[in-house]
Structure formats: structure tokens, C-alpha cells
Ligand binder design. Structure first.
Ligand code: NAD
Length: 254
């Protein structure tokens, strides 16, 4: 068991990559705190874990709301005694070229994707610092490193998350806290289906072009990213600090 006795908090784990990571972390012995805005989906993740013998609990909170995030973190520490792993996974898509993006839509993507990493980290870090131990995983994207069409606001947020990861690592290394980033390529989740629906008329052609962009010739699956998250969460990655980890089918370096 690679996460035996670890208490892990995964934001946005009612769907996609977060859900897949929650299921995998639980199979590896972790107690998984499933967080999501969507209570039905979050509870469904917990039910799936518990019905297969794992340990999980659902805590609803909007990662952009300081009161809700602080209350969630306080409750987790009261209920489970500590948080060993924080996976800042929750995020939303933002589509369009820069001049097409409405200011409100821009702000929403910035708020969920950047503030949504800031707030859980802000409230979890003091607990990790006190225990001189912890692993934080921030969800960036390969888009932080390569230009992709019609993703102006989204790419800005994922670049920011990568820069923030490095800055956090420098500040919290003295407390034995590791902070690393995941940079997935295109992973088949509801998030990508939504982006394709909003951006392209011909869905089949859009999928085909996405597939050819990746050296793998296919899109990734949530499980592919979950395996990388598991590695960063576990002590097996103890010499990784402030690192970007690519799970992208070769899209960045291909
Ligand atoms: P998804 O839409 O399947 O899941 C995201 C989850 O986050 C949803 O359950 C949603 O309810 C939750 N969420 C959204 N806003 C929230 C908020 N304010 N508070 C709490 N929960 C909230 O998406 P996914 O594809 O699994 O994406 C997960 C992360 O991976 C995102 O940060 C995304 O940017 C990133 N990512 C995805 C891909 C991809 O191709 N799917 C590639 C690179 C990075």
C-alpha cells in the first residue's frame, strides 16, 4: 500500500481526474477526503470507495470561498488529525481567443483555477508546517508550456499555477513540504467534452485533430494522470521538489 495511513484531500474529486485519483488513493490505503462543489457527484465518489472497502468522506466546499475552505480544512483536521497530501485539482475550462473573452468569464477562470489553488494551500500549509511534513500537488497543464488555440484565459491560469508551485516549493522546503505540479495533455473527461462542444462545430474532426497532436496517437485517460498523482503523493517521489511532471502523450516534447 503506497499511501497507507495517509490523509489526503483532493479538490474537485467528484469527476474526471480528481475522481480517478480518489479511487486510486483509496485503493492504496489512503483516507480520502473528497471535495467538490457538486454534492451529488462528490458523494458518488465516496460511495464507490466505501462500497469497495476504502475509507472516504465528502466535504462540500467551493475552493474559491475562504470561509468554506477554512471550515473544511478545520473539520478535516478535527476529524482525522492531520492532512498529509493536498491535491489541488479542481478547475474549469476557459475558451476563446483573448479578444473574444468577456471580462466576467476571464475573472471566473482566474478565480477557480488560481484562487482555488491559493485558498486550500493557505489553510492546509500551517498544519503541514506544524508537523514538518506534507506533499502538495498542483494541477497545471501542458498548456503552461505550449500554445494552443482558443485557450487564452485557461493557459494564463495554468502558467500561473506552475510558477506558484515553484515559489511555494522554495518557501516550504524548510518545513519538509514538497510541492509539485502535474502537466497533463488532453485527457478524456467531461471537462474536455465541454471545451470541444463550445469550440468546434465538427466534434469528430476536433477529436481527430486532438489525437494527432499527441505522439501517443490517442487521448489520455483520467487513470493515467491519477497514477502520476499517486507517485507525487507517495514517499516514492521524495526527491521531487517544485517539479513539473508531464503526462501528455508526448505533446510538449514530441
Ligand atoms: P472535470 O470537469 O471532470 O472535474 C473537475 C471537478 O472540479 C468537477 O467535479 C467540478 O464540480 C469541480 N469544481 C469546479 N469548480 C469547483 C469549485 N469552485 N470548488 C470545488 N470544486 C469545483 O475536469 P477534469 O478534466 O478532471 O479536470 C481536473 C483538473 O485537471 C482541472 O484543474 C483541469 O484544468 C486539469 N486538466 C485537465 C486536462 C484534461 O484534458 N481533462 C488537461 C490538463 C489539466
Amino acid at each position: 500500500m503506497r499511501l497507507a495511513d495517509k490523509v489526503t484531500l483532493i479538490t474537485g474529486s467528484g469527476s474526471g481526474i480528481g475522481k480517478s485519483s480518489a479511487l486510486l488513493f483509496a485503493r492504496e490505503g489512503a483516507t480520502v477526503v473528497v471535495n467538490d462543489l457538486n454534492a451529488e457527484q462528490g458523494q458518488a465518489t465516496v460511495d464507490e470507495i466505501v462500497s469497495s472497502g476504502g475509507k472516504a468522506a465528502f466535504y462540500q466546499a467551493d475552493v474559491t470561498n475562504p470561509e468554506q475552505v477554512k471550515a473544511m480544512v478545520d473539520r478535516i483536521v478535527a476529524d482525522f488529525g492531520r492532512i498529509d497530501v493536498l491535491f489541488n485539482n479542481a478547475g474549469i475550462s476557459g475558451v476563446g481567443r483573448l479578444h473574444e473573452v468577456e471580462p466576467e468569464a476571464w475573472d471566473r477562470v482566474m478565480t477557480v483555477n488560481i484562487r482555488g489553488v491559493f485558498l486550500p494551500s493557505k489553510y492546509v500549509l500551517p498544519h503541514m508546517m506544524e508537523r514538518m511534513s506534507g506533499s502538495i500537488i498542483n494541477m497545471s497543464s501542458c498548456i503552461a508550456e505550449i500554445g494552443l488555440a482558443k485557450r487564452a484565459s485557461y493557459s494564463a491560469t495554468k502558467g500561473a499555477v506552475l510558477a506558484l508551485t515553484k515559489s511555494m516549493q522554495v518557501d516550504y522546503a524548510p518545513y519538509n513540504i514538497r510541492v509539485n505540479a502535474l502537466l497533463p495533455g488532453t485527457i478524456l473527461t467531461p471537462f474536455v467534452e465541454d471545451y470541444l462542444r463550445k469550440s468546434y462545430d465538427d466534434q469528430e474532426a476536433a477529436y481527430a485533430s486532438l489525437k494527432t497532436r499527441q505522439l501517443s496517437g490517442d487521448l489520455g485517460r483520467p487513470e493515467d494522470v491519477a497514477q502520476a498523482a499517486l507517485f507525487l503523493a507517495s514517499d516514492e517521489s521524495k526527491f521531487m521538489m517544485g517539479s513539473p511532471l508531464y503526462i501528455d502523450g508526448g505533446v510538449v516534447f514530441g
